[in-house]
Write a protein that binds this ligand. Structure first.
Ligand code: ARG
Length: 582
């Protein structure tokens, strides 16, 4: 049996061959199975039998018995229920597979077939400038980073693009206020806080005084016309905002390839207007340029406005220009938008318009997907706010996480120096916030709970980081190099229940990656890592690793090394940093 990283893909190929006929028409549908039924299960015979009008069970039996001896040597094969084909990996296969996939590079090359040769743009974080990043910005940043890492690992060239909101009518009021009320000392202390204050000053002055409103509008027009003073102020606002965002990105391990905000598309929307109207896709309605979608229940009457009646572009126009740019400039095969699910309508309408537009002009349309997510809630079930009802600033949230983690680390390892405990606490604290977010199905809302997330118990970052550090310490204590082939050679087939359960879990790593990637849902990988750490713990409590008998010692070291490798790789793909000791 060929020991591909992707055992499921291997079994699917074997099943197609065994089924004979046209391989394109039979989808074996192999998935990780409930452990009681083995390791993997194919349920595709049911659909195939239905299509051909034959009873499924005999068909499954025929396919199973046509599998090669090679496959049967690696797996115990059985048929159950109406026609499921079950595969239980035999211990020698488990050992051989684990020996074959020993480094991160091995895993990456095994996983890279999924997106090889493709370019994907991931549009994430994308906050608006001159405003604080708050807890509402957490999910896009954390989920987007994990998905970008997973995509890269599965073979894609990834362009991480921070589509910041750095353009719009708010700049008129802000510039008006900057010119009159800017406090340089406050700006130096906390630039964004000062801009937020100035915006409020400008906004309330404009609300109560028509002359101010007019003056603010004039500032905006000057900015749009490229007035040097206003442009310089606007740049200063954006630079200060980006510097503040950068501090948060640094803590979250995020590095963007591009930060092409809305303003970048100012000179690119003209082409959108022209193409849409020349192709007859848009029409004029009350002075605005709009696109109707007659086939859509809502968008047939609520058009997408691409150019407002005052001639200005809007969020939607910019997004259309962005798709074209990503297609032409990056050669994007796909674009992922990691954005709050409340923008679902916007993206649905955007994608429909882009499709009509690209198809009409004979351009291949990149795959477009809104990777949506729900809201972070407080314990009261309402969107998380501070006690005074304000947005929770993301920087403050991460500070609090590190502080709470410091208490946890101090309780566990008081003998570490304070400096070391602080370093560990930053990694545990920030990792806990990331992990608590990633371990939820992203489409749901979740309740933010410090006690649950910064804990050594349950499906948490601290639990996984601790498990990982513990395995690293096994190697350290015995002066062994993790993954050293010499230490693993001579391993014989797994024997104890703890060894076997752990090995069977390990061979499912590739499936956890595949599932997370196919659904763009990192929580599947989280759950896998959590279960893996649990199986490791059961094994480790039952079986001593460093035993005199060389074959037992080698196979147990192999299990330790691979568990460590998969935890390291998995946590890194989720965007977490790991620890030597904790
Ligand atoms: N700046 C937007 C907001 O804060 C998010 C932008 C998302 N990306 C996009 N291409 N529309 O809501």
């Amino acid at each position: 049996m060929h020991l591909a990283f992707d055992l499921i893909g291997e079994l699917e190929r074997a099943l197609k061959a065994a089924a004979g006929g046209d391989p394109a028409t039979f989808e074996p549908g192999v998935r990780t199975a409930d452990p009681r039924h083995g390791d993997f299960q194919a349920n595709g015979v049911l659909a195939a039998a239905k299509r051909s009008g034959k009873p499924p069970r005999p068909m499954a039996e025929a396919i199973a018995s046509a599998l090669t001896d090679d496959v049967r040597g690696g797996f115990e094969v059985s048929v159950s229920g109406p026609g499921f084909i079950n595969f239980a990996a035999r211990p020698p296969l488990l050992i051989a597979w684990l020996q074959a996939h020993r480094s991160r590079e091995d895993l990456a090359s095994g996983a890279s077939a999924a997106h090889a040769g493709e370019t994907w743009v991931v549009d994430y974080s994308s906050p608006n400038t001159a405003k604080q990043m708050h807890v509402g910005h957490l999910r896009s940043a954390v989920i987007g980073e994990a998905i970008a890492r997973l995509l890269g690992f599965t073979g894609a060239r990834v362009v991480r693009d921070n589509h910041i909101g750095d353009w719009g009518t708010q700049y008129g009021k802000l510039i008006w206020a900057c010119k009159r009320h800017l406090d340089e000392a406050a700006l130096a202390r906390d630039a964004i806080e000062e801009f937020e204050r100035l915006y409020k000053v400008g906004n309330s002055a404009a609300e109560s005084d028509a002359a101010v409103m007019e003056a603010a509008r004039a500032e905006l027009v000057k900015l749009q016309a490229g007035d040097p003073e206003n442009l310089a102020l606007w740049r200063r606002i954006n630079e200060a905002s980006l510097a503040a965002f950068q501090r948060i990105y640094g803590r979250l391990g995020i590095r963007f390839d591009e930060t092409l905000g809305e303003s970048f598309y100012n000179d690119k929307v003209g082409r959108v207007y022209a193409e849409l109207s020349a192709a007859g896709i848009s029409t004029q309605s009350e002075g605005a340029q709009v696109v109707f979608h007659p086939e859509h229940p809502r968008f047939k009457t609520q058009p997408m406005i691409v150019r407002k009646s005052d001639g200005a572009a809007n969020y939607a126009t910019t997004d259309l220009a962005t798709i074209l740019y990503r297609f032409e400039h990056f050669g994007a095969n796909g674009i992922l938008y990691v954005v709050d699910k409340r923008q679902g309508d916007h993206f649905e309408q955007l994608f429909l318009t882009a499709r009509t537009w690209f198809v009409k002009l004979g351009r291949p349309l990149p795959k477009l997907e809104h990777v949506d997510f729900g809201t972070v809630l407080g314990e009261d079930g309402k969107p998380l706010k501070t006690r005074t009802g304000d947005h929770v600033k993301l920087g403050d949230l991460l500070d609090e996480a590190a502080q709470r983690a410091f208490a946890l680390v101090t309780g566990k390892s008081p003998e570490f120096s304070e400096e070391e405990r602080r370093t560990i606490a930053e990694i545990v604290g920030v990792g806990s916030v990331q992990y608590a977010d990633l371990s939820q199905n992203r489409s749901s809302d979740y309740v933010f709970s410090w006690d649950k997330m910064i804990s050594l118990e349950g499906n948490t970052a601290a639990y996984l980081l601790y498990a990982l550090a513990r395995i690293r310490s096994i190697f350290r204590r015995h002066g062994l190099e993790c993954g050293d082939p010499a230490a693993e050679s001579g391993a014989d087939a797994f024997q104890t229940p703890g060894e076997i359960a752990l090995a069977r879990k390990l061979v499912k790593f590739s499936d956890a990656l595949r599932l997370s990637m196919e659904t763009l849902r990192p929580h599947f990988l989280c759950l896998y890592l959590y279960e893996l750490a649990g199986d490791f713990s059961t094994f480790y409590n039952a079986d001593k690793v460093i035993v005199p008998e060389p074959a037992a010692r080698a196979r147990r070291l192999l299990l330790c090394a691979r568990t460590l490798l998969f935890l390291e790789t998995g946590l890194d793909l989720l965007g977490l940093r790991t620890l030597e000791r904790m």
